[in-house]
Write a protein that binds this ligand. Structure first.
Ligand code: PGA
Length: 245
């Protein structure tokens, strides 16, 4: 894993956006893997700003999102489809038909998992997968203990993840209990992975990621065996690393 140290959240986002823009300019039909949460928001802001100022085009770009809550329709303000439309897709010239977010509201979720996986195979591989990391080391909604062999699947969310996400809902009861997520194996199929980490609350997991052995108890440690991973982390996130970088 290559580590790039950023001063703060803003610089992390800027560096990530520059990497994505460079890819789209070099490969206009790039396939991007996207994430939701607080971490990538600033990066999406820079992409929209660049689109407005420089006109970098996403007309031929395809995107795949990592995950979606089960039970929320794409028009629900807390659904990840809504998040993506609002925070990125509406501000660039991407064709919405080329943006894939797993559906959390179909009758047969198992079939949806298979469909998403087969879309990944036919349209992919993903050129660059953007990732955040949970405080418990999850990537996508792959919680600790998830097999590294998993494809897209439905998961029961841990209490810590529901707690972490309740700030977006009126109460913890409203936070969905299940989600559909790309599996660890599906994520590892990406040609390149870009992990963004910011803030003090992520410092313990960043230390674990760099200093512990690979283990399914810390899903993100799987990235140690991917040949092309860049971690962009800010100073706060790196503050607990024993070997100062
Ligand atoms: P965050 O979430 O970006 O909101 O911190 C990251 C994650 O849980 O994967």
């Amino acid at each position: 894993m290559e580590l790039i140290k950023a001063k703060d959240y803003r610089e992390m986002c800027k560096l990530a956006a520059e990497k994505m823009i460079k890819l789209v300019m070099e490969k206009p039909n790039a396939v991007l893997g996207l994430a939701t949460g607080s971490t990538p928001l600033g990066t999406y802001g820079f992409l929209k700003q660049d689109y407005e100022q420089n006109g970098t085009s996403y007309q031929q770009v395809t995107t795949f999102n990592l995950d979606e809550y089960v039970g929320l329709d794409g028009s629900h303000p807390q659904s990840y489809r809504y998040f993506m439309n609002k925070n990125l897709f509406s501000g660039i010239d991407i064709q919405l038909d080329n943006t894939y977010v797993p559906s959390g509201q179909v009758e047969n979720m198992e079939e949806e998992c298979l469909n998403y996986e087969s879309l990944l195979r036919t349209k992919g591989p993903i050129d660059l997968q953007l990732l955040g990391i949970g405080r418990n080391g999850h990537i996508g909604f792959n919680e600790p203990g998830t097999s590294f062999q998993t494809n897209t699947h439905v998961v029961e969310l841990t209490e810590s993840t529901r707690e972490a996400n309740k700030r977006f809902f009126d109460s913890i009861e409203e936070v969905p209990t299940h989600a559909i997520t790309m599996g660890i194996s599906s994520i590892m199929e990406s040609n390149e992975i870009l992990l963004l980490v910011s803030g003090e609350s992520k410092a313990p997991i960043v230390r674990d990621l760099f200093e512990k052995e690979q283990t399914e108890e810390i899903p993100a440690t799987v990235l140690k065996s991917h040949p092309n991973v860049t971690v962009i982390a800010d100073e706060e996130a790196l503050s607990l690393l024993t070997e100062k970088v």
